[in-house]
Design a protein around this ligand. Sequence first.
Ligand code: 5GP
Ligand code: ZN
Length: 114
Amino acid sequence: GVAKTLASCIFCKIIKGEIPSFKLLETETTFAFLDIGPLAKGHALVIPKYHAEKLHELPDESLVDLLPIAKKIAIAVGSENYNILQNNGKLAHQEVGHVHVHVIPKPSNEEGLG
Ligand code: 5GP
Ligand code: ZN
C-alpha cells in the first residue's frame, strides 16, 4: 500500500492531522506542507505517506509524486532560485526520521527571510 504509518513519527502525525501543519498539496501517495522552521519564506517539505526513514527504504510507488510536487511548489513560490534538499541519516543532517524533500527558496535579499 501507499500509506504505512509509524504511530510515534511526527510527520506521520502531520499526515493524519494529529499535529497541525500548513498543508500545501496532497495526493494519494504524497503530502506537502510548510516547514515550521523556515530557512526562507515558503520553505516547504514534501513527504511520502508511506513511512520510511531513508530514501532507499521507500517503495518506488511512493516516489512518483515527490519531485513533481516539489516542482509545483517551486513554480508557486515564483522564485527562479531555490534548493531541493533531501537528507538521509544523522551524519547527513537528517533530524526527522521520515523521508522528506525540502524546497527552499533563495530570495535575492533579506526580505525573504522568515
Ligand atoms: P532534516 O534536518 O531532517 O532534513 O529537516 C527536518 C525539517 O523538519 C526541519 O527543517 C524542521 O524545521 C522541520 N520540522 C520538524 N518538526 C516539524 C513539525 O512539527 N512541523 C513542521 N511543519 N516542520 C517540522
Ligand atoms: Zn513517519
